[in-house]
Design a protein around this ligand. Structure first.
Ligand code: NAD
Length: 275
């Protein structure tokens, strides 16, 4: 029998991870999980002060090297600068969590009905949710190839990248005075993430770079009670997820625990996709 220290499979000591959208609701937990597992963590977000303060907090709490970096993932120059900074401060990059997704400053445009959805708004969301994943995977993948040590790339999709929303659950749900929904561009962008993952998984498999998707279901983040009730009623486990419940799947995919897993999609949705 091969000598394998099973309890060390999730140990990320000596690895450097980049988490885009690292200052967000889920991103904060992803960064904390990676830091607690021993990785150096670059908290990357368009919100600079949130990224920097989270990095400082995690560094103090877990003793790992953490840096907060402002980066707009939809901007090629910003992405190249971010990756160069991680390499210069940490030496290399071994794990990429491609996790950023855009909402919109213009909520009326973001939540507009499909029939009147503007191409401009569609492109703004695609620029972050899909172009951003492409740009960051390309910039980091190039470095991983040069390092010749393989790597793990995890890309966040959504349950709504796998199925259309049940629009009935939004009835009676409002945010800042307007009716909310989940727009088509979100489903289209998140479905594309799963395709990008599969392509990169087979493309880089021979180079030891694994690429997988993590698909969260709806997660509690202050939604109104009516929405929570209607969403939960659709879920076999009868509740929304808690943000920390996404972290186990990330640590599995980021670490040697999943050393023979690539091109897969781990769905953390309380069973929604199983009905
Ligand atoms: N929260 C959920 O219920 C849920 C469910 C399914 C999937 N997801 C997915 O999980 C991921 C994280 O979602 P979240 O709930 O933490 O969302 P969030 O909005 O809290 O976090 C997203 C983060 O991305 C950052 N960001 C936005 N545009 C950016 C850009 N151009 N460049 C860099 N950073 C940018 C934001 O500043 C924010 O910190 C997203 O990909 C989202 O689609 C979330």
């Amino acid at each position: 029998m091969d000598e394998v220290a099973y309890k060390d499979l999730f140990n990320l000591s000596g690895k450097t991870a980049i988490v885009t959208g690292g200052a967000g609701i889920l991103g904060r937990h992803f960064c904390a999980g990676l830091a607690e597992s021993g990785a150096n963590v670059a908290v990357v977000d368009v919100q600079e002060s949130a990224a920097v303060s989270l990095a400082t907090e995690l560094g103090e709490r877990y003793g790992s090297r953490t840096i907060g970096i402002r980066c707009d993932v939809s901007c090629p120059e910003s992405v190249e600068e971010m990756v160069a900074r991680v390499i210069s401060e940490c030496g290399e990059v071994n794990i990429l969590h491609n996790n950023a997704a855009g909402k919109s400053d213009d909520l009326d445009a973001f939540f507009a009905p499909f029939e009147s959805y503007s191409l401009d708004q569609w492109r703004k969301i695609m620029a972050v949710n899909l172009d951003g994943m492409f740009l960051v995977a390309q910039a980091v993948g190039k470095k991983m190839l040069v390092q010749r040590k393989g790597g793990s790339i995890i890309q966040t999709s959504s349950i709504y990248g796998m199925m259309g929303p049940d629009h009935r659950i939004y009835e009676g749900s409002f945010y800042l005075g307007r009716k909310i929904s989940s727009p088509a561009v979100y489903t289209a962008s998140k479905a594309a993430v799963i395709g990008l993952t599969k392509y990169l998984a087979t493309y880089w498999a021979g180079k030891g770079i694994r690429v997988n998707t993590l698909t969260p279901g709806g997660t509690e983040s202050g939604q109104n009670d009516e929405f929570n009730r209607r969403y939960s009623a659709r879920i076999p486990m009868n509740r929304m997820a808690k943000a920390h419940e996404m972290v186990g799947a990330l640590l599995y995919l980021a670490s040697d625990a999943s050393s023979y897993v690539t091109g897969q999609n781990i769905i953390v949705d309380g069973g929604l996709n199983a009905w």
